[in-house]
Design a binder for this molecule. Structure first.
Ligand SMILES: [Zn+2]
Length: 312
Protein backbone atom coordinates (compact mmCIF):
# COMPACT_ATOMS: atom_id res chain seq x y z
CA UNK A 1 0.00 0.00 0.00
CA UNK A 2 2.77 2.41 1.02
CA UNK A 3 4.69 1.44 -2.11
CA UNK A 4 1.63 2.23 -4.19
CA UNK A 5 1.34 5.68 -2.57
CA UNK A 6 5.02 6.39 -3.24
CA UNK A 7 4.55 5.30 -6.84
CA UNK A 8 1.51 7.56 -7.21
CA UNK A 9 3.40 10.49 -5.71
CA UNK A 10 6.24 9.92 -8.16
CA UNK A 11 3.83 9.80 -11.08
CA UNK A 12 1.94 12.91 -10.04
CA UNK A 13 4.39 15.52 -11.37
CA UNK A 14 4.19 14.05 -14.88
CA UNK A 15 0.37 14.23 -14.80
CA UNK A 16 0.58 17.87 -13.73
CA UNK A 17 3.15 18.54 -16.44
CA UNK A 18 0.72 17.21 -19.05
CA UNK A 19 -1.50 20.20 -18.21
CA UNK A 20 1.43 22.62 -17.84
CA UNK A 21 0.39 26.19 -18.61
CA UNK A 22 0.94 27.33 -22.19
CA UNK A 23 3.75 29.88 -22.61
CA UNK A 24 2.48 33.44 -22.14
CA UNK A 25 4.57 36.58 -22.03
CA UNK A 26 4.26 40.31 -22.57
CA UNK A 27 6.05 41.87 -25.54
CA UNK A 28 6.82 45.59 -25.59
CA UNK A 29 5.74 47.16 -28.89
CA UNK A 30 6.13 50.88 -28.07
CA UNK A 31 7.26 53.11 -25.17
CA UNK A 32 4.20 52.32 -23.03
CA UNK A 33 2.36 49.58 -24.92
CA UNK A 34 2.64 45.80 -24.51
CA UNK A 35 1.07 42.85 -26.28
CA UNK A 36 0.30 39.35 -25.12
CA UNK A 37 0.03 37.29 -28.26
CA UNK A 38 -2.14 34.17 -28.37
CA UNK A 39 -1.24 30.97 -30.18
CA UNK A 40 -2.45 30.34 -33.76
CA UNK A 41 -5.71 28.57 -34.58
CA UNK A 42 -9.05 28.12 -32.85
CA UNK A 43 -9.58 27.49 -29.12
CA UNK A 44 -8.56 23.95 -28.14
CA UNK A 45 -7.39 21.86 -25.19
CA UNK A 46 -3.84 22.09 -26.59
CA UNK A 47 -3.74 25.88 -26.46
CA UNK A 48 -5.93 26.01 -23.32
CA UNK A 49 -8.02 28.73 -24.96
CA UNK A 50 -4.94 30.95 -25.46
CA UNK A 51 -5.54 31.95 -29.07
CA UNK A 52 -6.50 35.62 -28.92
CA UNK A 53 -4.37 38.68 -28.20
CA UNK A 54 -4.66 41.14 -25.34
CA UNK A 55 -2.63 44.23 -24.52
CA UNK A 56 -1.87 46.77 -21.85
CA UNK A 57 -0.55 50.31 -21.60
CA UNK A 58 1.49 51.52 -18.63
CA UNK A 59 0.88 55.16 -17.74
CA UNK A 60 2.23 57.21 -14.82
CA UNK A 61 -1.12 56.81 -13.12
CA UNK A 62 -1.99 53.17 -13.65
CA UNK A 63 -2.43 50.53 -16.30
CA UNK A 64 -5.06 50.38 -19.05
CA UNK A 65 -5.83 46.87 -20.31
CA UNK A 66 -7.30 45.98 -23.70
CA UNK A 67 -9.11 42.61 -23.65
CA UNK A 68 -8.65 39.88 -21.07
CA UNK A 69 -7.96 36.61 -22.96
CA UNK A 70 -10.15 33.51 -23.14
CA UNK A 71 -10.25 32.12 -19.59
CA UNK A 72 -9.97 33.50 -16.02
CA UNK A 73 -6.81 31.37 -15.63
CA UNK A 74 -5.17 33.08 -18.63
CA UNK A 75 -6.25 36.49 -17.29
CA UNK A 76 -4.53 35.71 -13.99
CA UNK A 77 -1.36 34.87 -15.91
CA UNK A 78 -1.76 38.12 -17.85
CA UNK A 79 -1.93 39.98 -14.54
CA UNK A 80 1.28 38.21 -13.46
CA UNK A 81 2.90 39.33 -16.72
CA UNK A 82 1.77 42.93 -16.10
CA UNK A 83 3.23 42.72 -12.59
CA UNK A 84 6.62 41.83 -14.05
CA UNK A 85 6.56 45.13 -15.94
CA UNK A 86 5.02 47.51 -13.40
CA UNK A 87 3.57 47.78 -9.91
CA UNK A 88 1.12 50.47 -11.07
CA UNK A 89 -2.52 49.66 -10.28
CA UNK A 90 -4.63 48.18 -13.09
CA UNK A 91 -7.25 50.89 -13.42
CA UNK A 92 -9.28 50.24 -16.51
CA UNK A 93 -10.17 47.41 -18.88
CA UNK A 94 -11.49 48.09 -22.37
CA UNK A 95 -13.33 45.16 -23.95
CA UNK A 96 -13.02 45.10 -27.73
CA UNK A 97 -16.12 42.92 -28.15
CA UNK A 98 -18.15 40.28 -26.39
CA UNK A 99 -16.65 37.09 -27.87
CA UNK A 100 -15.55 34.44 -25.37
CA UNK A 101 -11.87 34.49 -26.36
CA UNK A 102 -11.64 38.22 -25.57
CA UNK A 103 -13.73 38.76 -22.44
CA UNK A 104 -13.75 35.49 -20.46
CA UNK A 105 -10.90 36.77 -18.30
CA UNK A 106 -12.82 39.79 -17.00
CA UNK A 107 -13.51 38.43 -13.51
CA UNK A 108 -9.80 38.32 -12.63
CA UNK A 109 -9.48 42.05 -13.40
CA UNK A 110 -12.73 42.93 -11.66
CA UNK A 111 -11.42 41.29 -8.49
CA UNK A 112 -8.50 43.75 -8.60
CA UNK A 113 -10.92 46.67 -8.72
CA UNK A 114 -10.39 47.60 -12.38
CA UNK A 115 -13.16 49.57 -14.06
CA UNK A 116 -14.58 47.79 -17.12
CA UNK A 117 -15.64 49.67 -20.23
CA UNK A 118 -17.44 48.19 -23.24
CA UNK A 119 -19.84 49.35 -25.91
CA UNK A 120 -23.52 49.12 -25.01
CA UNK A 121 -24.35 47.02 -28.09
CA UNK A 122 -22.79 44.10 -26.16
CA UNK A 123 -25.57 44.19 -23.57
CA UNK A 124 -27.83 41.88 -25.61
CA UNK A 125 -25.29 39.11 -25.10
CA UNK A 126 -25.70 39.15 -21.32
CA UNK A 127 -28.10 36.38 -20.36
CA UNK A 128 -28.77 35.41 -24.01
CA UNK A 129 -29.25 31.81 -25.15
CA UNK A 130 -26.26 32.15 -27.48
CA UNK A 131 -24.05 33.23 -24.55
CA UNK A 132 -25.30 30.29 -22.45
CA UNK A 133 -24.55 27.87 -25.31
CA UNK A 134 -21.08 29.31 -25.72
CA UNK A 135 -20.39 29.00 -22.00
CA UNK A 136 -21.51 25.35 -21.98
CA UNK A 137 -19.25 24.66 -24.96
CA UNK A 138 -16.26 26.40 -23.33
CA UNK A 139 -16.78 24.60 -20.00
CA UNK A 140 -16.59 21.31 -21.85
CA UNK A 141 -13.72 22.23 -24.17
CA UNK A 142 -11.64 24.22 -21.72
CA UNK A 143 -12.16 22.54 -18.34
CA UNK A 144 -10.62 23.15 -15.86
CA UNK A 145 -9.66 26.63 -17.15
CA UNK A 146 -13.28 27.59 -17.65
CA UNK A 147 -15.10 25.92 -14.76
CA UNK A 148 -18.00 26.37 -12.34
CA UNK A 149 -16.32 29.49 -10.89
CA UNK A 150 -16.63 31.31 -14.20
CA UNK A 151 -19.00 34.25 -14.09
CA UNK A 152 -20.00 36.87 -16.60
CA UNK A 153 -18.92 40.33 -15.49
CA UNK A 154 -20.91 43.21 -17.00
CA UNK A 155 -19.20 46.49 -17.85
CA UNK A 156 -19.12 49.27 -15.24
CA UNK A 157 -19.43 51.82 -18.02
CA UNK A 158 -21.40 51.08 -21.19
CA UNK A 159 -20.18 53.34 -23.99
CA UNK A 160 -22.70 54.72 -26.45
CA UNK A 161 -20.16 55.83 -29.06
CA UNK A 162 -16.58 57.04 -29.36
CA UNK A 163 -14.82 57.98 -26.13
CA UNK A 164 -11.50 59.71 -25.54
CA UNK A 165 -9.72 59.86 -22.21
CA UNK A 166 -6.40 60.83 -20.70
CA UNK A 167 -4.59 58.88 -18.01
CA UNK A 168 -1.14 59.38 -16.55
CA UNK A 169 -0.08 61.75 -19.33
CA UNK A 170 -1.22 59.53 -22.22
CA UNK A 171 -4.13 60.13 -24.59
CA UNK A 172 -6.46 57.28 -25.51
CA UNK A 173 -8.97 57.32 -28.35
CA UNK A 174 -11.72 54.70 -28.22
CA UNK A 175 -13.61 54.30 -31.47
CA UNK A 176 -16.83 52.38 -31.82
CA UNK A 177 -16.42 50.85 -35.28
CA UNK A 178 -19.24 48.30 -35.04
CA UNK A 179 -21.27 46.80 -36.46
CA UNK A 180 -18.31 45.15 -38.18
CA UNK A 181 -16.85 41.94 -36.74
CA UNK A 182 -19.50 42.42 -34.03
CA UNK A 183 -22.07 45.11 -33.25
CA UNK A 184 -20.03 46.35 -30.29
CA UNK A 185 -16.53 46.52 -31.79
CA UNK A 186 -14.36 49.08 -30.02
CA UNK A 187 -10.76 49.83 -31.02
CA UNK A 188 -8.26 51.69 -28.84
CA UNK A 189 -5.63 54.06 -30.18
CA UNK A 190 -2.78 55.17 -27.90
CA UNK A 191 -1.83 58.53 -29.37
CA UNK A 192 1.68 58.97 -27.91
CA UNK A 193 2.67 55.43 -28.93
CA UNK A 194 0.92 55.41 -32.33
CA UNK A 195 -0.43 51.98 -31.34
CA UNK A 196 -3.84 50.75 -32.45
CA UNK A 197 -5.39 47.83 -30.58
CA UNK A 198 -7.84 46.69 -33.22
CA UNK A 199 -9.54 43.69 -31.60
CA UNK A 200 -10.97 41.31 -34.17
CA UNK A 201 -11.31 43.94 -36.86
CA UNK A 202 -7.98 42.58 -38.01
CA UNK A 203 -6.89 38.97 -38.22
CA UNK A 204 -3.33 38.05 -39.10
CA UNK A 205 -1.95 34.63 -39.89
CA UNK A 206 -5.28 32.78 -39.78
CA UNK A 207 -8.62 32.72 -41.51
CA UNK A 208 -10.76 35.42 -39.85
CA UNK A 209 -13.79 34.45 -37.81
CA UNK A 210 -16.69 36.16 -39.54
CA UNK A 211 -19.64 34.66 -37.67
CA UNK A 212 -22.74 36.78 -38.20
CA UNK A 213 -20.71 39.90 -38.91
CA UNK A 214 -21.89 42.58 -41.30
CA UNK A 215 -18.96 42.33 -43.71
CA UNK A 216 -19.99 45.42 -45.68
CA UNK A 217 -19.84 47.60 -42.57
CA UNK A 218 -16.66 45.77 -41.50
CA UNK A 219 -14.89 46.82 -44.72
CA UNK A 220 -15.90 50.45 -44.04
CA UNK A 221 -14.64 50.15 -40.45
CA UNK A 222 -11.21 49.08 -41.69
CA UNK A 223 -10.94 52.44 -43.44
CA UNK A 224 -11.81 54.22 -40.17
CA UNK A 225 -8.89 52.51 -38.45
CA UNK A 226 -6.46 53.85 -41.01
CA UNK A 227 -7.76 57.42 -40.58
CA UNK A 228 -6.03 57.52 -37.18
CA UNK A 229 -2.73 56.74 -38.94
CA UNK A 230 -1.48 54.00 -36.61
CA UNK A 231 2.22 53.10 -36.77
CA UNK A 232 1.69 49.79 -35.04
CA UNK A 233 -1.44 47.66 -35.25
CA UNK A 234 -2.16 44.99 -32.68
CA UNK A 235 -4.69 42.60 -34.21
CA UNK A 236 -7.12 40.40 -32.28
CA UNK A 237 -5.19 37.35 -33.46
CA UNK A 238 -1.66 37.05 -34.82
CA UNK A 239 1.48 39.15 -34.47
CA UNK A 240 1.57 42.96 -34.16
CA UNK A 241 2.14 44.80 -37.40
CA UNK A 242 4.44 47.72 -38.20
CA UNK A 243 2.80 48.09 -41.61
CA UNK A 244 -0.90 48.36 -40.70
CA UNK A 245 -2.19 49.30 -44.15
CA UNK A 246 -0.52 46.33 -45.80
CA UNK A 247 -1.42 43.86 -43.07
CA UNK A 248 -5.01 44.92 -43.05
CA UNK A 249 -5.13 43.48 -46.55
CA UNK A 250 -5.61 39.87 -45.44
CA UNK A 251 -8.82 40.61 -43.57
CA UNK A 252 -10.02 42.94 -46.30
CA UNK A 253 -9.21 40.52 -49.16
CA UNK A 254 -10.83 37.64 -47.33
CA UNK A 255 -14.07 39.54 -46.75
CA UNK A 256 -14.12 40.81 -50.34
CA UNK A 257 -13.50 37.28 -51.68
CA UNK A 258 -16.30 35.80 -49.55
CA UNK A 259 -18.68 38.54 -50.63
CA UNK A 260 -17.81 38.22 -54.32
CA UNK A 261 -18.01 34.43 -54.52
CA UNK A 262 -21.12 34.08 -52.36
CA UNK A 263 -22.71 37.16 -53.93
CA UNK A 264 -22.28 35.59 -57.39
CA UNK A 265 -23.77 32.31 -56.11
CA UNK A 266 -26.83 34.16 -54.82
CA UNK A 267 -27.18 36.03 -58.12
CA UNK A 268 -27.02 32.68 -60.00
CA UNK A 269 -29.56 31.07 -57.60
CA UNK A 270 -27.03 28.36 -56.72
CA UNK A 271 -27.74 26.46 -53.50
CA UNK A 272 -25.06 27.05 -50.86
CA UNK A 273 -23.55 23.53 -50.85
CA UNK A 274 -23.02 23.60 -54.59
CA UNK A 275 -21.68 27.15 -54.57
CA UNK A 276 -19.26 26.34 -51.75
CA UNK A 277 -17.97 23.23 -53.55
CA UNK A 278 -17.52 25.10 -56.86
CA UNK A 279 -15.80 28.19 -55.43
CA UNK A 280 -12.04 28.63 -55.54
CA UNK A 281 -10.83 28.87 -51.92
CA UNK A 282 -7.22 27.92 -52.70
CA UNK A 283 -5.83 31.19 -51.34
CA UNK A 284 -7.14 30.41 -47.84
CA UNK A 285 -6.94 26.63 -47.67
CA UNK A 286 -3.46 26.35 -46.16
CA UNK A 287 -4.15 28.88 -43.39
CA UNK A 288 -4.70 28.12 -39.70
CA UNK A 289 -8.38 27.98 -38.66
CA UNK A 290 -9.50 27.31 -42.27
CA UNK A 291 -11.23 24.05 -41.36
CA UNK A 292 -12.78 25.42 -38.18
CA UNK A 293 -14.02 28.74 -39.55
CA UNK A 294 -14.19 28.99 -43.32
CA UNK A 295 -17.30 27.01 -44.25
CA UNK A 296 -19.39 28.75 -41.61
CA UNK A 297 -17.99 32.13 -42.68
CA UNK A 298 -18.98 31.36 -46.26
CA UNK A 299 -22.45 30.17 -45.25
CA UNK A 300 -23.13 33.28 -43.17
CA UNK A 301 -21.88 35.46 -46.01
CA UNK A 302 -24.18 33.59 -48.41
CA UNK A 303 -27.16 34.40 -46.15
CA UNK A 304 -25.98 38.00 -45.83
CA UNK A 305 -25.68 38.37 -49.60
CA UNK A 306 -29.21 36.98 -49.96
CA UNK A 307 -30.49 39.60 -47.51
CA UNK A 308 -28.53 42.34 -49.27
CA UNK A 309 -29.91 41.30 -52.68
CA UNK A 310 -33.49 41.29 -51.34
CA UNK A 311 -32.99 44.75 -49.85
CA UNK A 312 -31.96 46.21 -53.22
ZN1 LIG B 1 -14.27 37.92 -32.14
Amino acid sequence: MTKLLILLTLLLPSCVLAEAPVPLRAEKVAAHSYVIQGLPGAASRQNQGFMSNAGFVVTKDGVVVFDTLGTPALAQRMIDAIRKVTRQPIRRVIVSHWHADHYYGLQAFKELGAEIWAHEAAKVNLGSDAAADRLAQRRELLAPWVNADFRVVPADLWLSGDADFKLGGLHFKLRHVGPAHSAEDVVMFVVEDGVMFSGDLIFKGRVPFVGDADSKAWLAALDRLLELKPQIMVPGHGPPSKTPAADLALTRDYLIDLRQQMGQAVADFLPFDEAFARADWSRWQGMPAYHEAHRRNAYNTYLLMERESLAK
